[in-house]
Design a protein around this ligand. Sequence first.
Ligand SMILES: [Zn+2]
Length: 219
Amino acid sequence: MSADYRAEREDVLTAVRRIVDAGLVAGASGNVSRRIRTPDGDLFAVTASRVPYHRFTLDDVVVVDADVDAVYGEGIPSSESLCHMAVYRARTDVHAVIHTHSVHASAFAVAGIPIPPILDEQVISLGGAVEVAVYGASASDAIADNAVRALGDRAAVLLRHHGALGVGADLDEAVAVVELVERIAQIRALSISLGEPSELSLEIVAAEQSVYRMMKGFR
Ligand SMILES: [Zn+2]
């Protein structure tokens, strides 16, 4: 780890480019962070607030401590950093958090409709349903607490009237999670429009959840 946390900040910048290319965020919406383990405790590389993605650079990734106090960089940490920190506190297995405003996932978040287990890869990769957290205003303690509660031990959650949040053991995994959430939301919406959308059986869900938990190293 270098004094300017360059490798860790580049890791965040790469994830930003990937979610922009995937069309999961627009303008300056959404945010990305990753945990940095240090001998003196955990730090976090996080995207700066209100920087449009078309001019986002390495300088727009800042490093903060668990209280979101600046450790490195000039930018203002994302307004949703509190939400990211709440997830890191609750989930020691999580080392990367990504929040997006992707369209189909946000539509379910607005409607307040969770996405039940409908695809095998959903349960194996995300741990089951994608629940909708109780509403909390942006950047509030409520949005953080409600997100953590609705996330449980799974990998993704919808933020009511807002967007999606995905977590992973690293940023590659978190990017894959938010991409999958958007795809599942699209498929769910299409299947509803086709009529009588079905869900995976409880038996299959239980078996796939045990695969998810085993891969995560949960007991
Ligand atoms: Zn947001």
